[in-house]
Design a protein around this ligand. Structure first.
Ligand code: XBP
Ligand code: MG
Length: 239
C-alpha cells in the first residue's frame, strides 16, 4: 500500500476554479479594468498555472500596452492580492464544498495511517481557507505537508511542487500516489515519477490524461485498495 497520498487542490478537492474566476472578475472591476473572463476564456486561461502568471499571460495576449506600466510586476502582484481577498471571502462564506468522494477517501486514508499531503499551484491563503471551511476548521491539521503557490520557482506542469512534497515527506515517488484534475497537474506529478489518479473537473474534462494510472469521474466509491491496485502497473516518467 502507498505510504502517502498527495492531493492537488483546485478542481480536485473542490470545484473552486469557478470561484477563482469570479474573484478575478471582481478584482478587475474594483481596479476599473476593462477585463472580464467568461467561462470559455477562463477554460483556455487555465492552461497557464498560477494567478499572477495567468494575469501576465492575458496582458501579453490581450492588453500588451499595459505591460509598459511602471513596476508592472508590483502592479500584477497588487491586482492578484485583491483577487485573493475576494477569493478567500467567498470560500469563508462557504461557497465551495468538497467534490464527491473526497471526504470519505481522506477519512479512510487517515484512519489507515496513510500520510496526507497537498501539492498545489494556488496561493497558501486559498488552501487554508478551503481546508478550514470544508473540514469544519480541522482541515489544515489533516495534511502533514502543504506545498503551495510560490514555494517553488516553476509551477505545474513542472514537477517542482510534487518534488518538494516528496522531500518534505521524506518519501520516494514510488511510495506515493497523486490525485489531480488537470493535464498540467498530471504532467507535474508524472514527471516527478508519481503514479497519478485523475478526476477531471468542470474546466478540464476536455483534456487528455494518457499518463494517468486511472481516470475516474470522481472518488465516489473508490477504495484505497483499488486506488493502490491501479498504481501497481504504474506509468511513470522514464518507463
Ligand atoms: C490551480 C491554479 C491556480 C488557481 C488560482 O491550482 O493553477 O493558479 O487557478 O490560484 P491547482 P492563484 O494546482 O490547485 O490545480 O490565483 O492563487 O494562483
Ligand atoms: Mg487542479
Amino acid at each position: 500500500m502507498f505510504k502517502a497520498i498527495i492531493f492537488d487542490v483546485d478542481g480536485t478537492l473542490s470545484e473552486t476554479e469557478e470561484i477563482h474566476r469570479k474573484a478575478f472578475n471582481k478584482a478587475f472591476e474594483m481596479k476599473n479594468l476593462p477585463w472580464h473572463w467568461d467561462l470559455p476564456a477562463y477554460r483556455q486561461l487555465l492552461r497557464v498555472s498560477g494567478g499572477k502568471e495567468r494575469i501576465r499571460h492575458f496582458m501579453e495576449t490581450h492588453d500588451s500596452h499595459r505591460l509598459a506600466t511602471a513596476r508592472v510586476d508590483d502592479w500584477i502582484l497588487d491586482l492578484h492580492r485583491c483577487k485573493t481577498r475576494f477569493y478567500t471571502q467567498m470560500i469563508e462564506a462557504g461557497e465551495a464544498g468538497l467534490r464527491p468522494g473526497i471526504r470519505e477517501f481522506i477519512i479512510e486514508a487517515a484512519a489507515k495511517g496513510i500520510r496526507l499531503a497537498i501539492a498545489t499551484t494556488t496561493s497558501m491563503p486559498n488552501v487554508e481557507a478551503l481546508l478550514h471551511s470544508a473540514f469544519d476548521g480541522e482541515g489544515v491539521a489533516l495534511f502533514e505537508v502543504i506545498c503551495a503557490g510560490d514555494s517553488v520557482p516553476n509551477k505545474k506542469p513542472a514537477p517542482d511542487i510534487f518534488l518538494l512534497a516528496l522531500e518534505m515527506l521524506g518519501l520516494g515517488a514510488s511510495d506515493c500516489v497523486a490525485i489531480e484534475d488537470s493535464r498540467n497537474g498530471l504532467l507535474s506529478a508524472y514527471n516527478a515519477g508519481i503514479a497519478t489518479i485523475v478526476t477531471p473537473s468542470i474546466f478540464t474534462d476536455d483534456q487528455s490524461f494518457d499518463e494517468a494510472t486511472l481516470v475516474t469521474k470522481d472518488l465516489t466509491g473508490l477504495s484505497l485498495a483499488t486506488a493502490f491496485a491501479t498504481t501497481c502497473g504504474r506509468k511513470k516518467a522514464g518507463g
